[in-house]
Design a protein around this ligand. Structure first.
Ligand code: PMP
Length: 338
């Protein structure tokens, strides 16, 4: 199967949710002068919902952690948030009810776009949630190249802030990697140590156990890595967060990338250095998927049910007559302030 990370955004679902209202996907609007566009001011999250093994429960993984990270990203960029966790969750549920397919999982992308304000004054943002279906099959292992592009340091563009601007360099790295024949890229930090992949964190395994760089090495504070750490310790596998040098990466026995959408995708090769596909990371990957399909609560993974079909039957509610574009943008104010 191709990598879902690159396919999900190419879908055009019928609905999006804008400030809590269902809006036809093609009708969602943003003004050309919104700071989301002029100064790249948007923060976002990527959550995944899974059907349980029995097919009776569709649950989203760790939504509160994602909500809190969205709030933290917004606060660090001085973007006010005017919705609660309960409203955030209700929005995910509404959209899931309209877009869910019993044979596919879903990836949710809540994005907070700055639609009003000017250089920090009068800032307002719209919360737009889009959802994309995901095949249940395992993604293929990946071949990666170390990019010539680097993750920016915390004092320039903090990787802890999940904002669109952080993906400008990630995009350049991916384009470079694809040009060289790889599936994706790994970025080093300013010190030349491993930071992360373009949309996932990096794990290696060697005789000492599993290791991943801490957030202070310029990677996102990954929710998936936290779940994998718990799962690894539960399996009796040592798991460490420590800086990883480039040569340590290249000489590791195993390598993988971890993120909500990547789950734990195994890496076959980085820059011509090859990794085993049958070691602890492959065991961990299997365990992670079992946890996501309903076994997670035993390890304290927060799987919040959004849709139930106890008798195996479920159909989407009637679609509303969505007339509005749902946005809070005051276009007259934007034209005046751009
Ligand atoms: N790093 C980057 C740059 C990412 O985009 C992601 C995906 N959100 C991750 C790491 C993994 O984070 P998480 O496990 O919370 O999805």
């Amino acid at each position: 199967m191709a990598h879902t990370a690159s396919l999900s955004q190419l879908q055009k679902p019928p609905w999006a949710l804008v400030n809590g209202q269902l809006v036809r996907y093609e009708d969602v609007r943003i003004h050309i002068s919104a700071e989301a566009l002029t100064r790249a001011l948007s923060v976002f999250e990527g959550l995944k919902g899974y059907w349980s093994q029995s097919g009776e429960v569709f649950a989203v993984r760790e939504p509160r952690r994602h909500f809190e990270r969205l709030c933290r990203s917004a606060a660090l960029l001085q973007i006010p948030i005017d919705f609660t966790y309960e409203e955030f969750l209700a929005g995910l549920r509404t959209l899931a009810e309209h877009l869910l397919d019993p044979d596919r999982d879903l990836w949710f992308r809540p994005t907070l776009y700055v639609t009003q304000g000017h250089w920090g004054e009068g800032t307002r943002a719209d919360l737009v949630v889009t959802e994309f279906s995901q095949q249940k099959d395992d993604p293929d292992p990946m071949r990666l190249g170390v990019s010539t592009w680097r993750r920016s340091p915390d004092v320039a563009l903090p990787s802890r802030v999940k904002c669109s601007a952080n993906y400008v360099v990630a995009r350049l790295a991916r384009i470079e990697a694809r040009r060289l024949g790889y599936d994706d890229a790994l970025l080093l930090n300013d010190f030349g140590r491993v930071a992360e992949a373009t949309g996932a964190c990096v794990l290696i395994a060697d005789r000492r156990g599993i290791a991943t760089p801490p957030t202070s090495e310029c990677c996102l504070d990954s929710i998936t890595v936290d779940v994998l750490e718990r799962a690894a310790l539960d399996l009796g596998l040592p798991f460490e967060r420590r800086p990883i040098e480039r040569t340590e990466l290249l000489s590791a026995d195993e390598c993988g990338v971890a993120g909500t959408i990547s789950e734990l995708t195994l890496v076959t090769e980085v820059d011509g250095f090859h990794y085993s596909q049958a070691g602890v990371l492959s065991r961990l990957r299997q365990r992670y998927l079992e946890l996501m399909r309903g076994d997670g609560e035993r390890l304290g993974v927060d799987l919040v049910p959004l849709v139930l079909r106890p008798d195996g039957y479920w159909s989407a509610p009637d679609a509303p007559a969505a007339a509005s574009d749902g946005t809070s943008t005051d276009f007259a104010q934007l034209n005046a302030s751009a």
